[in-house]
Design a protein around this ligand. Structure first.
Ligand SMILES: Cc1cc2nc3c(=O)[nH]c(=O)nc-3n(C[C@H](O)[C@H](O)[C@H](O)COP(=O)(O)O)c2cc1C
Length: 449
């Protein structure tokens, strides 16, 4: 199996695509202010449904709703909070108005009781006919912990609890046996009670008696996702996850992360192809580079003077925010050195050397939190193809700049290019998220781990 580690095996291998659905406006802080956007989308479940339907039209395998339970991480005076009002309620609304797309939400193992998570995610899985994924993460930051009246536990304790919680939750999911529900009106037998059993698990951190009174969904039970990059994250995901939601700025970093997760899966006796590594990509798609840059400037140009001071640190040179319309001088470019502390610096310098003005350098999204494509659909497809074929990604999760038209732009301008190149499926392979991902059958605990 060793030779499987660094593999991009299979000529008919297709990439997976997920859509990031956060606050409903889009990835750019200025999205809520765009004249074509409903400024009340933050509370509109209808707008979330429409956005998910747009992704389903593009045959995306899933939507992903991150959640940092209760933390306000933006400046509420001028920006929307980053997250949904409540991820499970949003997915319940979306489940009723879509039929194929996978529905994935973050649920913290640190700030939830496993029984509650098991119940909510499996109920949603039944409601959606087997389309649910649970992004099992441990949470970070004392600002989140403060909402639960506590401090953030040590990494060891958070991950210790996460390992126990996932096993307990999968045991609860399996506690209602696959064939247990008889519902025979003539004989009067509702269920085979020998097939619905307590689990009686008690660990160091969590416990539950069970059973959980929820029958299997069409995919049995929800799929485990994970997001994170630490050695503890590799360990947890390698043991339990089928998908890792990642973040990487370079092919080299993405490939190293993908291989670390694959190696961890192998150490638990799993086939490394059972775990898919999906880094992020942010997009502003327009007919050409200039129109895309102008859209970015409309979206966030007022923040550029502020961002200039950070760009100075990335390049190690002085920049003048009053000279936004000028390219960097030859002397500046000669003196510039990409910062070792920020992996985005190499790309920022590359863009600067292409001769763009300071404003346009920033409009390329060089300080965003994933790689950014600002340009025509083909450029996004090129980036995705390069990473995919280099063994750096099994797919991507896409953050559109403005959801109300940016998802459609991706579906209309990027998806057909990928399909034409044979890199993305033309239709759903089945009805469940498990089928979309090609994940193996599992009900209850995985006997191998
Ligand atoms: C791409 C990505 C997505 C993440 N999504 C979430 C999220 O939705 N909610 C959350 O609380 N943490 C999220 N995290 C944070 C991680 O779960 C983790 O807490 C963080 O990376 C710190 O790592 P550590 O706890 O292993 O030290 C995400 C991390 C990454 C890399």
């Amino acid at each position: 199996m060793k030779e499987k580690l660094d593999t991009v095996s299979g000529t008919d291998r297709k990439m997976l695509i997920g859509l990031h659905l956060g606050n409903g406006y889009g990835s750019q802080p200025g999205a809520w202010r765009m004249p074509w956007v409903d400024p009340q989308s933050y509370t509109s479940f209808d707008s979330r449904v429409k956005q998910a339907q747009a992704a389903e039209r593009g045959k995306f395998q899933f939507i992903f709703l991150p959640d940092g339970p209760g933390a306000v991480i933006t400046d509420i005076a001028s920006e929307s909070p980053a997250f949904n009002l409540d991820v499970m309620m949003t997915l319940a609304a979306v489940a009723r108005e879509t039929s194929r797309i996978g529905l994935v939400a973050t649920g913290s193992t640190t700030f939830n009781e496993p029984f509650n998570l098991a119940r909510q995610f499996k109920a949603l899985d039944v409601m959606s006919h087997g389309r649910v994924g649970w992004n099992a993460i441990t949470s970070s930051g004392d600002d989140v912990a403060a909402n639960y009246g506590t401090r953030i536990p040590s990494s060891e304790d958070r991950y210790g609890r996460a390992h126990e919680a996932i096993q307990l939750i999968q045991a609860l999911w399996g506690s209602w046996g696959k064939e247990a529900w008889v519902h025979n009106q003539e004989t009067g037998q509702f269920a085979d009670k020998d097939k619905i059993r307590p689990i009686n698990l008690q660990g160091k951190f969590v416990g539950s008696r069970g059973p959980l009174y929820i029958p299997p969904s069409e995919q049995g039970q929800p799929i485990i996702f994970h997001a994170g990059g630490s050695p503890n994250a590799h360990e947890l995901a390698g043991r339990f996850a089928n998908v890792v939601i990642g973040a990487a700025f370079t092919i080299e970093d993405a490939r190293a992360q993908r291989n670390a997760f694959r190696a961890s899966a192998m150490s638990y006796g799993r086939d490394p192809d059972e775990i898919k590594y999906i880094p992020g990509l942010m997009t502003t798609i327009a007919k050409d580079r200039r129109s895309a840059l102008d859209r970015r400037i409309e979206l966030g140009g007022d923040l550029f003077p502020h961002k200039t001071s950070y760009l100075q640190q990335m390049l190690g040179i002085q920049l003048d925010p009053l000279r936004m319309n000028e390219p960097l001088s030859k002397a500046q470019l000669d003196a510039a050195r990409p910062s070792r502390y920020d992996p985005r610096s190499v790309n920022a310098l590359k863009i600067a050397k292409e001769g763009w003005s300071l404003r346009d350098i920033l409009a390329h999204g060089v300080i965003d939190y994933h790689p950014v494509i600002v340009g025509p659909g083909e450029e996004a497809a090129d980036h995705m193809q390069e990473w995919f074929e280099a063994g750096a990604a099994d797919g991507f999760w896409i953050s559109a700049d403005v959801n109300s038209d940016g998802i459609d732009a991706f579906v209309d301008e990027v998806i057909p290019v990928l399909q034409k190149r044979g890199l993305f499926h033309k239709d759903y392979e089945g009805k469940t998220l498990r089928e979309h991902l090609g994940a193996p059958d599992q009900y209850g605990l995985d006997p191998r781990v």
